[in-house]
Structure formats: C-alpha cells, structure tokens
Ligand binder design. Structure first.
Ligand code: IMP
Length: 504
C-alpha cells in the first residue's frame, strides 16, 4: 500500500469496476478559507452554472417547479417527457417566463365573470385578488382588479365583476426591477401590483403577500436575456422532432437525448439533426459508460455527455440485462476520454445516493452531477405527499418501471412500442426532504467543506489534480466502509433527513 494513496490512473485502470463507495479521497493541503471556493462549472460546452447540480428528467423529479427552484439556486433542471408535447412545452415556457417575485401567469377573469367565479378561484388557489382583462385572457387589456374588499359584503354572488371591480388602478410598466416593484407595492399600500406593457396588456403581477418571500438568488442560472436556464428531455424517435420544434419555440436552452444506451445510429442522427437545425440549443448525449461510446457521440457533435448505465437508485438494468458499468469507473473513463478528445463536459448521472458522492463524482472528472432520488421527495418535485408506515413520503419511480412506462416513459429504453414490456426500473417512495432550495444549499455547503479538505479551490483545480496525479485515492475495504459510517449506536438522529438513510 502506498503511504499517500494512489493516483487515479493506477487506481482505476484495473480489472474490476469501482463504485463511489469503493474509494475514499485523501486530504490535501488547506491554504484558503471556505469563502474562497468557487463551484462554477460547465454543464455543456456553452452553458455554465454556479453549482454542479442537475435534476433528472423523470416524471417524479422535474417539472417547472423543480426547474425554477434549481435554476434559482444555481443548478439546472431537465423537464421530463412523459407527457404530451403541449404539456412539456408549457413546463419549459413556465421556467423561461419566470421572474423572481413576479407572477408571470396570473389567473385572470373577464368583466362578465361573476363573484361566484372569484369564490371558486379562492377555494381552488387560496387567493382572491384577480386582475380583470377585456376578454379574460392574459393577452388582452387590463381593465380592473377584484380584491376581497370589492366582494366581501356582496350578497348577490351572481353579480358581474364589471359592477364591483376597482378601476382606479396602480400599475407599473413591465420590465421594472424587483426592488422597484416592491417599493411601489409598499408605497401604494395595495395588495397587488399589475405590470402592463405599452398597449396596456397585463404581463405579470406582484403580490404584497409575496414581499417577504422575494429573496434574492445571487447564483441563479440565467442566459444573456436574464431568463432562467432550462433543459428538456427528448427521445431519439423521428416523431420527437415535432416535440423539439415546440420546445425550441418555448425557448429551451439545452436538450437531453434520453436513452439508456446512447451509442446508436438513432441518437447519432438525432444529434446531427439538432445541431444543424437548432444551433442555439446545446445537446447533451447519452447515456454512455465507455470511451468508445463517447467517441461516437462526440463525433456526432454533442456539447456534453451524460454518464451512467445501471447505477440509478431505482434502476434494475444491471440485474436484468447484465449490461452497464459501475458508476465510479464509468465516470472516470468517460471523463478522461472526453477531456482529451475535445474537452467535452461529462455529467455523472445516477447513483448519487449520499451527500458525499457528489464530490466523488466531480473528483473522477465529472463537471456536474445529475440526481433523481436525492431531489425526489422535495416539495418542488411532482406528486403529492402521503404517509407510509407513519413517515411522510412521495412517490419516486424509474422511467422504465412498469408504472411509468404505461404513461410513455419507455421511450428512453426503445421499448414503448413493445408488446411485452421488460421493466428496467422500480417504483417506490422517498422521504419528505422539504424545499429543494434549502436542500441544495445544504448540499453545496457540504461540498465547499469537501473542497477545502481536498485543498482545491474550484472544480478546475480538482480536475487538474485528477489528471496530474496529485489527487490521491485509496480503496476502502468492507470494514473501512462500515467504520466510515455511523456504527455501534443504539439510535441516532440524522443531520439532514433522508441524506444518510439513502446510503443504507
Ligand atoms: P438516482 O439519482 O440514483 O435516483 O438515479 C437517477 C437516474 O437513473 C436517472 O437520471 C436516469 O439516468 C436513471 N433512470 C431513470 N429511470 C430509470 C429506470 O427505470 N431504470 C434505470 N435507470 C433509470
């Protein structure tokens, strides 16, 4: 055994596959403070983010709420495609239209609606301040607003809104800053501030009750037009070209070609098609686990690669098909090849079962990590909470579980048209982890500590250490793994619910 561990080349170029749990990183020399560490990274050749976190395109993980919160926190969300073209495009549009503190798709009514309609909306959404536009759609002129004060004492609930609405409006021009909007709201003492365009059409709304929640997100992932960055998944099938056209119209920044085995003629031709038809959209190809697969997709023109086959927490591909690779080895070998062959960023996808696995994935050459299970069960993931054995949980399922395939999820496995469907994933539950915003803050703070222990100020330095052999690795025996986890206690309290438990 080497007194200072092994370099990655010696460690990984052996026969057996290595997973995140199989190794530990040896400490480096600390000569900087925590606040000097910068986690900025490249998701793709052209898209940067302040945090190396990406959410998986799964129907129990990423829709617009997740993508918005993650982009605000400095990561990027990829909207799943287990839905209709219209639904997926709508989710993308929601993210692109999102402005912090501004309600970009407010519910509106027309002057001919009645107070009863307002009552119904209050019951459904819990708010009663409704802008009134000429024809009751967002695209028409703002003519009034109905608030609780206009309807409280009205006994005739069939009365038309044009007879009760307030028409003396305090409005502001669309495009003002959040701070300016907040100032007007405070000074006007109104509950709502409609923002209108030059033609007087309603664009968005600010709400007094949201004032305190309007926190700033300094790390938000935004494009040059200051819109949040969002990705969406696509299959390799011909008809998904139509899907892509709608996603492009909605303003998509990056497409993930979602396939469990990316090295196929179908994917290569789809990559070439996207790169020639939509040069403004970056393409993430995958999934791949070998250098040879990487070469096929890099030659086709991908802007990043998604790495992983069989490592996902809900995945049974390795058991079922006996094809795949241990995730540590997969990330190391693909990242090494991609760095040397065109400097293409790789995304370590799946198998991040533990908070500490994030730094391990990055230390093997990944530029970002994609997570499903770790982000599922947050309040921003799709689905409702329910109780299982007294624990508050949410559903989390593989896209190739029988359940998801029934809704179309088999597209990534080329099995959506098969008569007999072979499941490559399972359906289960994960514990309630609260808001993803807080979860990501926790994960990133922990990552800063890891970087400090390693003596690296940023991801580029970590990758340099990997390439030049100064980053040192050591194999963990079974008993070393037991020693490194909580042991010999009758009971203990987890520091962050669910993050340790997932490792068992
Ligand atoms: P996790 O973060 O370990 O939960 O893994 C999430 C990853 O598993 C996704 O990003 C996909 O690459 C992969 N995945 C999603 N659904 C399935 C499935 O049904 N079978 C196998 N892998 C899946």
């Amino acid at each position: 055994m080497s007194p200072n561990g092994l370099d990655a080349k010696t460690f990984f170029e052996r026969v057996e596959g290595i997973t995140y749990n199989d190794f530990i990183l040896l400490p480096g020399h600390i000569d900087f403070a925590l606040n000097e560490i910068n986690l900025e990274t490249n998701l793709t050749r052209n898209i940067k983010s302040k945090m190396p976190v990406v959410s998986s395109p799964m129907d129990t993980v990423t829709e617009s709420r997740m993508a918005i919160s993650l982009a605000l926190s400095g990561g990027i969300g990829v909207i799943h495609y287990n839905n209709t073209i219209e639904e997926q495009a709508k989710e993308v549009r929601r993210v692109k239209r999102f402005e912090n503190g501004f309600i970009t798709e407010p519910v509106v009514l027309s002057p001919n609606h009645t107070i009863k309609d307002v009552d119904m909306l209050k019951e459904m959404y819990g708010f009663s301040g409704i802008p009134i536009t000429e024809d009751g759609t967002l695209d028409s002129r703002l003519v009034g607003i109905v608030t609780k004060r206009d309807t409280d004492f009205e006994e005739d609930r069939n009365k038309k809104l044009k007879d009760v609405m307030t028409t003396q409006l305090v409005t502001a021009p669309a495009g003002i800053s959040l701070a300016e909007g907040n100032r007007i709201l405070k000074e006007s003492k109104k509950g709502k501030l409609p923002l209108i365009d030059k033609q007087g059409r309603l664009v968005s709304l600010m709400s007094r009750t949201d004032l305190l929640k309007n926190i700033d997100f300094p790390y938000a992932s935004k494009n040059k037009d200051k819109q949040l960055i969002v990705g969406a998944a696509l299959s390799t099938r011909e008809e998904d070209k139509e899907r892509l056209a709608e996603l492009a119209k909605a303003g998509l920044d990056v497409v993930v070609i979602d396939s469990s085995q990316g090295d196929s003629v179908f994917q290569i031709s789809m990559v070439k098609y996207i790169k020639s038809k939509y040069p403004q959209i970056d393409v993430i190809g995958g999934n791949v686990v070998t250098a040879k697969q990487c070469k096929s997709l890099i030659d086709a023109g991908v802007d990043a690669l998604r790495i992983g086959m069989g490592s996902g927490s809900i995945c049974i591909t390795q058991d079922t098909l006996s094809v795949g690779r241990a995730q540590g080895s997969a990330v190391y070998h693909t990242a090494k090849f991609s760095r040397e062959y065109g400097n293409i960023p790789v995304i370590a996808d799946g198998g991040i079962a533990h908070i500490g696995h994030i730094v391990k994935a990055l230390s093997l050459g990944a530029s970002t990590v994609m997570m499903g299970g770790l982000l599922a069960g947050t309040s921003e993931s799709p689905g409702e909470y329910f109780y299982e054995g007294g624990v508050r949980v949410k559903k989390y399922r593989g896209m190739a579980s029988h359940e998801a395939m029934e809704r179309g999820g088999g597209k990534r496995y080329m099995s959506d048209k098969d008569r007999i469907k072979v499941a490559q994933g399972v359906s289960g539950t994960v514990v309630d982890k609260g808001s993803v915003v807080h979860l990501v803050q926790y994960l990133m703070q922990s990552l800063l500590h890891s970087f400090q222990e390693l003596g690296c100020k940023n991801i580029q330095e970590l990758h340099k250490g990997l390439a030049d052999g100064t980053l040192r690795f050591e194999r963990r025996s079974q008993s070393a793994q037991i020693e490194g986890s909580v042991h010999n206690l009758y009971s203990f309290k987890e520091p962050h619910l669910g993050l340790l438990r997932m490792n068992r």
